[in-house]
Design a protein around this ligand. Structure first.
Ligand code: HEM
Ligand SMILES: Nc1nc2c(c(=O)[nH]1)N[C@H]1C(S)=C(S)[C@@H](COP(=O)(O)O)O[C@H]1N2
Ligand SMILES: [Mo]
Length: 360
């Protein structure tokens, strides 16, 4: 108990705690979503910040809950906003708990809530937290004062909290490296390995709602159009399957797999149609409308795969043809590709399209 009191005495002033919780929630959602764009280890710091700020937020939340404990326990001054406050606290704790459980390896990729991994539940809770925290703050609005920020002691306290968060994260990593023999090693993105080869060895995942009917390869064609000299439309039999590449597919729902992919190198496809000088982007479009664009130079190294692990692609994995984009997160590996468009412009609307394609 004395330790708790000492901890509470270290606490920054209540108004400052409240505003920093809000700021950290916003920073967590921003860094969490930004982490979805990170596919190669040079973006490690986005995840590092997310983890450290998450632990710092957990400290601050403890301080805050300790401060308001009597109000909760005795139900003093129950108002309509009290229910909102409690809901906000529950969702905040659940967000932290799912994030920490994931990082600690307390749950695996196979632990599902309905269809979702615990990491996806974490993301959903995190998104729900934003409107809750904003509503909660607006019912108990107290404007921050200059003196809240001007105090050097407070700045030092906050730096200390953040440093403690960084120590916790480092300690967890060291402990995992030392004791974790269960093979639950995460990538720097937080994703956990799914082992095996071929169609049956990794999950079928749609970003949101894409679920087309199986495609008859005989009735399907691939068109290559846009800023090219000789647009073409290829049948399944005309797709070259000579290029092979071992590549890592890392889904934002928290799993990754390394597979041997086989198909046509996009660079070879581009050379066969003759790309014009203004070309900057290559857009891959699915039969469902789902699409993603890559810069031309990067696209050249990508593969349009017909096979995985020596087997013809299964429908769920994008047959007859799916994009394999090493270094990109899974949601950018467009499945069921039917159009390749060479363009001058990038395509910001792709973000929205991937979220809504598949809904009628
Ligand atoms: C809404 C968007 C969010 C996304 C996309 C997201 C994403 C992630 C990811 C990918 C991880 C796994 C990191 C790892 O295993 O190393 C993670 C962990 C974590 N997240 Fe989030 N998150 C979001 C929101 C939040 C929010 C709002 C909070 C805080 C309230 C939070 C707190 C945490 C914590 C504490 C961890 C575990 C850190 C650790 O112990 O290493 N996240 N999150
Ligand atoms: N057309 C289309 N392509 C898609 C998706 C989708 O929903 N529609 N999901 C993406 C996501 S989120 C991932 S992780 C990978 C998963 O590939 P898999 O189902 O072969 O494992 O496909 C990507 N390609
Ligand atoms: Mo994904």
């Amino acid at each position: 108990m004395r330790a708790v009191t000492a901890f509470a005495r270290l606490s920054p002033p209540p108004r400052l705690v409240d505003w920093s919780i809000l700021a950290l929630v916003v920073a967590e959602v921003a860094s969490g979503l930004l982490s979805f764009t990170v596919g190669t280890p040079d973006g490690w710091y986005v995840l590092w910040f997310h983890r450290v700020a998450g632990i710092t937020l957990a400290f601050l939340l403890c301080l805050k809950l300790y401060r308001v404990r009597n109000r909760i326990r005795y139900g003093e001054h129950w108002e309509r906003s009290t229910a909102l406050s409690i809901l906000t606290a529950v969702v905040a704790i659940a967000t932290l708990a799912t994030g920490i459980a994931w990082a600690l390896g307390a749950v695996s990729v196979e632990s599902r809530v309905l269809y979702w991994t615990v990491l996806s539940v974490h993301v959903g809770l995190g998104l729900a937290l934003v409107p809750l925290v904003l509503a909660h703050v607006s019912t108990r609005f107290s404007v921050p004062r200059r003196s809240d920020f001007a105090d050097r002691r407070e700045a030092i306290r906050y730096a200390g909290l953040f440093a403690a968060g960084a120590l916790v994260v480092r300690g967890q990593e060291t402990a995992a490296e030392t004791f974790d023999t269960s093979g639950s090693k995460r990538r720097f993105t937080g994703s956990k390995p799914v082992r095996g080869e071929g169609n049956g060895s990794f999950p079928i995942t749609s970003w949101v709602a894409d679920d087309p009917d199986p495609i008859d390869p005989e009735a399907w064609t691939l068109s290559v159009t846009g800023l090219v000299e000789r647009p073409v439309e290829l049948g399944y039999g005309e797709i070259d399957t000579e290029s092979e590449e071992r590549a890592l597919l890392d889904c934002t729902s928290g799993w990754y797999t390394v597979q041997e992919w086989q198909g046509v190198r996009v660079g070879d496809l581009l050379d066969s149609v003759g790309v014009s000088g203004e070309a900057e982007w290559v857009r891959f479009v699915s039969v469902t409308g789902y699409r993603w664009s890559l810069p031309v130079e990067e696209a050249r190294d990508a593969l349009l795969a017909t096979h995985v692990g020596g087997e013809r692609l299964a429908h769920g994995h994008g047959a007859p043809l799916r994009l394999v984009a090493p270094g990109r997160r899974g949601f950018q590996w467009v499945k069921w590709v039917e159009r390749v468009e060479i363009r001058e412009e990038n395509d910001p609307a792709q973000w929205l399209v991937t979220l809504i394609s598949g809904f009628d």
